[in-house]
Design a protein around this ligand. Structure first.
Ligand SMILES: N[C@@H](CCC(=O)N[C@@H](CS)C(=O)NCC(=O)O)C(=O)O
Length: 199
């Protein structure tokens, strides 16, 4: 059985929980407290020397890191990963977008606000994240005005990757009212069978 090391409140970890719930994949969830420094122990570095969650453990000593790599591995053979080469590449296109153009703004603003309590010394950094975050939301809004999901009209792991931090973007100060297509897409995902909430 798989073991997942993570914190469900982290979007990168929640992505894994959500896919495993959709696919009914048996697993053991092991909570890791990043604020207590648990990713920096020597035991943890045996699993991921980059000191980050999530980590997927298979067997005794086989570990996989990077949330989107884990999603690709777990989704293999399921409807959440298309079989056509072009559609798979489009899934990856959105997952790279998520890591480079979305998560560094929306997740970081949320972290500063929700986890750190928006301290004065972080206010400038928090404000600087708003422009990039809205730019990413605009890109998603544009695609979702053309298709029900990010890659065509059926859910894929591209949607799971981007749902994770988008649905809690308000915790980073992003008002989703101005993105009606994103709001409908969030509801569509929440209506899928076996959906599990972050809390
Ligand atoms: N690119 C990585 C990012 C993982 C990541 O940033 N994890 C954070 C929690 S969301 C973490 O473990 N932070 C602990 C630390 O940096 O000490 C992924 O997608 O898995």
């Amino acid at each position: 059985m798989y073991k997942v090391y993570g914190d469900i409140q982290s979007g990168n970890c929640y992505k894994i929980k959500l896919l495993m719930s959709f696919l009914a994949t048996p697993h053991e969830w092991i909570h890791v407290d990043i604020l207590a420094g648990e990713t920096h122990s020597s035991a943890f570095s045996e699993m991921n020397s980059n000191a980050k969650i999530p980590v997927l453990q298979m067997g005794e000593s086989d570990f996989l890191c990077e949330s989107n790599a884990i999603l690709n591995f777990l989704a293999e053979g399921s409807d959440f990963l298309p079989s056509s080469g072009l559609e798979r590449a489009k899934v990856l296109q959105w997952q790279f977008f998520e890591q480079y153009s979305h998560e560094p703004y929306i997740a970081v603003a949320r972290y500063i606000n929700k986890y750190l309590g928006l301290p004065q010394e972080k206010k400038e950094e928090y404000d600087s994240k708003q422009i990039g975050g809205h730019k990413a939301l605009k890109v998603m809004e544009d695609q979702l005005s053309k298709s029900d999901y990010l890659v065509g009209n059926a859910p894929t792991i591209a949607d799971i990757s981007l749902y994770a931090y988008t649905h809690v973007a308000h915790e980073g100060g992003f008002d989703l009212q101005q993105y009606p297509n994103i709001k409908e897409w969030l509801s569509r995902i929440e209506d899928l069978p076996n959906y599990i909430a972050m809390t």
